[in-house]
Write a protein that binds this ligand. Structure first.
Ligand code: ITT
Length: 190
């Protein structure tokens, strides 16, 4: 089955495609020729995921899903949260964001954080939500080349290395995205 993933983030698409295997072909906005930028003006992941999927659905009129995710750091009162992608500045690179986070946590002992992903699925004209969380710690320096975003800094619970260092299979089993995706797949199988 073909599913449209309303994202412009190639890493998200790649992760989801690898997790769903051959049963689904995951198409991005670029692949379906949807070029418009979608604003994410809200304070919750749910609302931002919903606006992404609704905006695309209005144009393509096909079943599709979007995902909004963020990193919530306990010592920072939940920041960067919904603003995770643009933490350092609008259009920030991953390195800039990671560096800003390291700076914000400099000397801070409590390194607890979690990723959260919310999927919004438009299915037969109705909207459904699926959520996943992944708890862990923020490292004191960047490590690893794999993954994307804050993976060089995020150490998932039960491990002592970052997602960017650990084998891909760990992230595929433990991540916020993996958990939310599994719920969506269970729903689609019903
Ligand atoms: P779309 O809105 O087009 O899907 P985006 O990258 O702008 O792509 P978000 O608005 O959901 O996505 O921003 C989430 C940010 O959170 C993302 O850019 C990363 O910096 C970070 N993030 C989310 N999931 C992550 C993961 O699995 N590993 C590392 N960082 C992650």
């Amino acid at each position: 089955m073909e599913l449209i993933f309303c994202t412009s983030n190639q890493h998200k698409q790649q992760e989801v495609q690898e997790m769903v295997g051959k049963e689904y072909v995951i198409r991005t906005l670029k692949e379906i020729g949807f070029e418009n930028a979608i604003e994410e003006p809200f304070d919750t992941l749910e609302e931002n995921a919903a606006i992404k999927v609704n905006t695309v659905f209005e144009v393509v009129q096909k079943n599709c899903f979007a995902e909004d995710s963020g990193l919530f750091v306990e010592a920072l009162g939940g920041m960067p949260g919904v603003q995770t992608a643009r933490y350092a500045r609008p259009g920030a690179t991953a390195i800039e964001n990671n560096e800003k986070l390291l700076q914000a946590l400099y000397g801070v002992e409590n390194r607890k954080a979690y990723f959260k992903a919310v999927f919004a699925l438009k299915w037969q004209q109705q909207l459904f939500f699926f959520e996943g969380q992944c708890h862990g710690q923020i490292a004191t320096s960047m490590a690893g080349q794999d993954g994307f975003g804050y993976d060089p800094l995020f150490i998932p619970e039960g491990y002592s290395n970052t997602f960017a260092t650990l084998p891909k299979t760990v992230k595929q089993a433990q991540s916020h995205r993996a958990k939310a995706l599994q719920q969506m797949l269970d729903f689609l199988k019903k």
